[in-house]
Design a protein around this ligand. Structure first.
Ligand code: MRU
Length: 350
């Protein structure tokens, strides 16, 4: 990946995003020019992944204030963006940071300050990613054995597509690869939206050996001794260490525990919600049934197509996330080190 953020960048008074709904089939960039286009990009998952959602929301505030910057415009922007996706707490963290920076200023000073604060959020996330990569590498090194690759498993996409830097769960994987470690990554497909395909696309570009698996294959691979550790990202970590991440994470954590495998969660401090006491208090997004009924791919002519696999009237339950209890988490890899999940209070700033 390039050193600047390829998923989200300022272009004058607009913002350019990489449209993740078209990946891995098409690399297509979209210009966001106002509050509504930023909110739509988050809601429709053109941008996705907790840290990137937060950064996009920050730029959404800057886009809104570029047009009008009085108190009503600021509060409208914060409210509209806050309502886009409920689970990733980085969204609220970024909007709170924007409000704290902008509300005390006179309207005439807000637009420039909003761009500056959004860019600072982006830089801070990239720096946190780098530190997560280094701390995670320290956790992976002792797991390596000579004579065969270290077998890692991940779920969803927590790489550079999902953040402003090298990713969270994938940052230690990139660091291990850069350090010359012999690794192989099992990438679970992540139904229904198939974010695993994004992870495979990232890893292929980096030349990191990996293999896609159906989500349901994870337990069997662990039972067969073909996995050494699991590492995933997070969308919201409660104060007690319970962790919300892409649906399917919980099953991997259960299987990892059953087979005595380390299960790491990698996330920046902005993903920890100290106001949320535990997993049951985390709001879990339920998305439209068509995400399940329709699958997307390319046809023989290379054109993006949708195919219906369930009837339009089929009853669907589509929770986008699940919660892994802290007791199943070996450690939370953040920019400050690897924390036991029951020791997050030490990261809380007064
Ligand atoms: O619904 P998504 O694709 O936004 O969900 C993304 C995830 O669950 C990621 O694992 C999480 O946000 C961590 S991204 C660094």
């Amino acid at each position: 990946m390039s050193e600047s953020c390829p998923t989200l960048r300022r272009d004058g008074d607009q913002v350019v995003i990489l449209d993740q709904t078209r990946l891995p089939h098409e690399e297509h960039y979209v210009h966001l020019h106002d509050l509504d286009s930023a909110a739509t990009a988050i809601r429709d998952m053109q941008v996705r992944g907790a840290p990137l959602i937060g950064a996009t929301a920050a730029f959404g505030v800057a886009l809104a204030l570029h047009h009008a910057a009085d108190d009503d415009a600021l509060h409208l922007a914060l409210d509209v963006l806050r309502a886009t996706r409920p689970t990733a707490v980085n969204l609220h963290w970024a909007l709170d940071r924007m409000r704290a920076a902008l509300a005390p200023l006179p309207p005439s000073a807000r637009s420039a300050a909003a761009w500056a604060e959004a860019e600072a959020i982006q830089r801070d996330d990239a720096a946190a990613n780098g530190r997560i990569g280094n701390h995670g590498l320290a956790a992976l090194r002792p797991l390596a054995t000579t004579g065969r690759p270290l077998q890692l498993m991940t779920h969803c996409n927590a790489g550079w597509l999902a953040t402003c830097g090298h990713g969270t769960a994938l940052a230690p994987i990139y660091a291990a690869h850069d350090a010359g470690m012999d690794i192989h990554v099992w990438v679970s497909e992540t139904r229904p939206r198939n974010q695993g395909l994004l992870t495979a696309w990232e890893l292929a570009r980096a030349g990191i050996p990996h293999t896609l698996i159906a989500d349901n294959a994870a337990g069997w691979l662990m039972a067969a001794g073909r996995v050494d550790a699991v590492i995933v990202g997070a969308d919201r970590i409660a104060a007690n260490g319970d962790t919300a991440n892409k649906v399917g994470t919980y099953l991997k954590a259960l299987a990892a525990r059953a087979h005595g495998l380390p299960f790491y969660v990698a996330a920046p401090r902005s993903t920890i919600d100290f106001a949320c006491p535990d997993g049951p208090a985390i709001p879990i997004e339920e998305r439209a049934g068509d995400e399940f009924r329709l699958i997307h791919g390319i046809d023989g002519q290379g054109r993006l197509q949708s195919t219906r696999i369930a009837g339009a009237d089929a009853a669907i339950c589509n929770p986008a996330f699940d919660v892994t209890p802290a007791a199943l988490v070996t450690g939370i890899i953040c920019e400050f080190g690897i924390m036991p999940p029951d020791a997050l209070a030490s990261l809380q700033t007064p």
